[in-house]
Design a protein around this ligand. Structure first.
Ligand SMILES: *Cc1c(COP(=O)(O)O)cnc(C)c1O
Length: 361
């Protein structure tokens, strides 16, 4: 059989807490492309690469952590897992539980999950409850359930999640031959920010990289507890994946920022949507709104003079655009983009496209 990528737990087994007898639950996650972005390089003067995590099996980076968390849960004999979710964790947990033949229960904030993500959790057969509260309320209940009932928590407060997610940094170092100067990530619970820093720290320690990147994390303005230094009670943003007011990995993320000479900033929803359009129309990468904040963060920091010319910059874009496609269809006036309808008529179609016929040969 020809070689294919075997998923992050098998590919990095020597750097994760697994043994030969561990029952690995994988859907082939990881091995995602690191894509050069000349349009962003031209805008900033830096060498910009995009780590496209929407290419994972369920369409977000959550799969890297979920393969590890579900693997360890099954190894420990768990028959059921539980998570709180803004959408992608539930999609991922549901898929890996289905693959493992165990039950997934997911708690989501009522009416706040994009249709794409909800449809995944439903399709994979999870038990889904919508709570009349926000994500932070869902996580509180999930933690208490895991303490008092026979269900295994797979949110990023579970260290196995962070361990699986750190493999993305390994992949970046493999492609670039070293760590970048800067790494930009969207920040919700700050688990991924923490995971990249851990991965890079390990790469430096084993000599695969000669440096660690400065970790730059971005929250949406209406949902920026780390930037503001206080819990946000009613977080609001169109970027639902980072609509989190009390990040689970807050302390770890602050330590990672201090260790890497990093930065946390916030971005308005309007600027997130501008960056979303730039990434799709100039680079060709379609992401969900939360992911575009990495791009918005780079443009903002570059304009502030914080990114030296020729610096190597990696932007993680965390989730696929098909998860939450409505934002791409929003016209400037707030209405919906609706392509022009024409008759089946060659001249008419050519005219509408602004094409003039070729000159006779
Ligand atoms: C989960 C998620 C985030 C936030 O990651 P954290 O580890 O919670 O900071 C960002 N973008 C997308 C698409 C996500 O699914």
């Amino acid at each position: 059989m020809a070689h294919q990528w075997r998923g992050v737990v098998r590919e990095y087994a020597d750097r994760l807490d697994v043994s030969d007898s561990t029952p690995i639950i994988s859907l082939g996650e990881g091995g995602t492309p690191l894509i050069p972005a000349p349009a962003l390089s031209a805008r900033t003067g830096a060498r910009v690469w995009v780590k496209f995590e929407g290419m994972n099996p369920t369409g977000s980076f959550k799969d890297r952590g979920m393969t590890m968390a579900v693997t360890k849960a099954v190894e420990a004999g768990a028959k059921a897992i539980i998570c709180a979710s803004t959408g992608n964790t539930s999609a991922s947990a549901a898929a890996y539980a289905a693959h493992a033949g165990i039950t997934a229960a997911v708690l989501v904030p009522e009416g706040k999950i994009s249709m794409g993500k909800m449809s995944q959790a439903v399709a994979h057969g999870a038990s889904i409850l919508q709570l009349r509260g926000n994500f932070d309320d869902c996580l509180d209940i999930a933690r208490e359930l895991a303490e008092n009932y026979p269900v295994h928590l797979v949110n990023s407060v579970n260290n196995d999640r962070i361990e699986g997610q750190k493999t993305a940094a390994f992949e970046v170092v493999e492609v670039l031959g070293d760590a970048p100067d800067f790494h930009f990530v969207p920040v919700g619970n700050a688990g991924n920010y923490t995971a990249y820093h851990r991965g890079y720290t390990e790469e430096l320690a084993r000599g695969a990289a000669g440096r660690k990147p400065r970790m730059f994390g971005f929250q949406a303005e209406g949902s920026a507890p780390i930037v503001r230094g206080e819990v946000v009670r009613d977080p609001e943003t169109i970027a639902s994946a980072i609509r989190i007011g009390n990040p689970a990995s807050w302390e770890l993320a602050l330590a990672a920022r201090d260790d890497s000479d990093g930065y946390f900033g916030s971005i308005s929803d309007a600027d997130i949507l501008v960056a979303h359009r730039i990434l799709s129309s100039e680079v060709g990468i379609f992401v969900e709104p939360a992911s575009a904040i990495s791009v918005a963060g780079l443009l903002e920091r570059s304009a502030a003079g914080a990114i030296p010319k020729d610096a190597t910059v990696v932007l993680t874009v965390t989730g696929h655009g098909l998860k939450d496609p409505q934002w791409a269809l929003r016209a400037a006036d707030g209405g919906e983009v609706s392509p022009t309808v024409v008759d089946v008529d060659l001249a008419d179609v050519a005219g509408q496209l602004g094409l003039a016929a070729n000159a006779p040969a």
